[in-house]
Design a protein around this ligand. Structure first.
Ligand code: PRP
Ligand code: ADE
Length: 179
């Protein structure tokens, strides 16, 4: 049975059928971050999972990953690194393309954001196919870092993202499932 914090988090997420396309149920975290107790519980549970685990950097993926990644990095007192959509980062970058549940896109990172020996935690609002995280893992590895962990507020188990991440050597963690 789910505990009170997880029930608050799950009940604060709205579900919108057929957005952005027919057949997709969009799991909307805007209502979660407009509910302070739910937002705080989300950050506290993720931080508790990674305290004293040797994580050296947190990556948040644009754009909803920024909302959850930045407060976790602050609480762990380690750098917060932005992985962004193309053309948004001003200094030297590398790029990686990936498939989405509903489309295709590219992600970029500053080349000086990761060093060899970094133990990176990726944070995003939602795990669907795992394509976003796979692209981010490739960016980190090309810069000599390692991604052992990835954390999500929401997992969509039917899309198999957790197995895809395990196959990459990444241990996934999520707070709530939506079938
Ligand atoms: C969504 C979501 C995750 C990703 C999950 O982001 O926030 O980042 O898709 O899907 P995946 O596991 O199949 O890769 P989106 O690209 O829609 O960008 P946004 O956060 O800017 O809305
Ligand atoms: N990103 C990918 N799939 C999604 C979904 N079903 N709801 C919200 N964000 C998503």
């Amino acid at each position: 049975k789910m505990n009170k914090q997880l029930e608050l988090i799950k009940s604060s997420i709205k579900s919108i059928p057929n957005y952005p396309k027919e057949g997709i149920i969009f799991r909307d975290i805007t209502s979660l971050v407009e509910t302070p107790a739910a937002f705080k519980a989300t950050i506290d549970l993720i931080v508790a999972q990674y305290k004293d685990k040797g994580i050296t950097k947190v990556i948040g993926t644009e754009s909803r990953g920024f909302i959850f990644g930045a407060p976790v990095a602050l609480a762990l007192d380690i750098p917060f690194v932005l992985v962004r959509k193309p053309g948004k980062l001003p200094r030297e970058t590398i790029a990686q393309s990936y498939q989405l549940e509903y489309g295709q896109d590219t992600l970029e990172i500053h080349t000086d954001s990761i060093q060899s020996g970094d133990n990176v935690l990726i944070i995003d609002d939602l795990l669907a196919t795992g394509g976003t995280v796979e692209a981010t893992v490739k960016l980190v590895e090309r810069l000599g870092g390692e991604v052992k962990n990835a954390a999500f507020v929401i997992n969509l188990p039917e899309l198999g993202g957790k197995q895809r991440l395990r196959n990459l050597g990444v241990t996934p963690f999520s707070l709530v499932n939506f079938e």
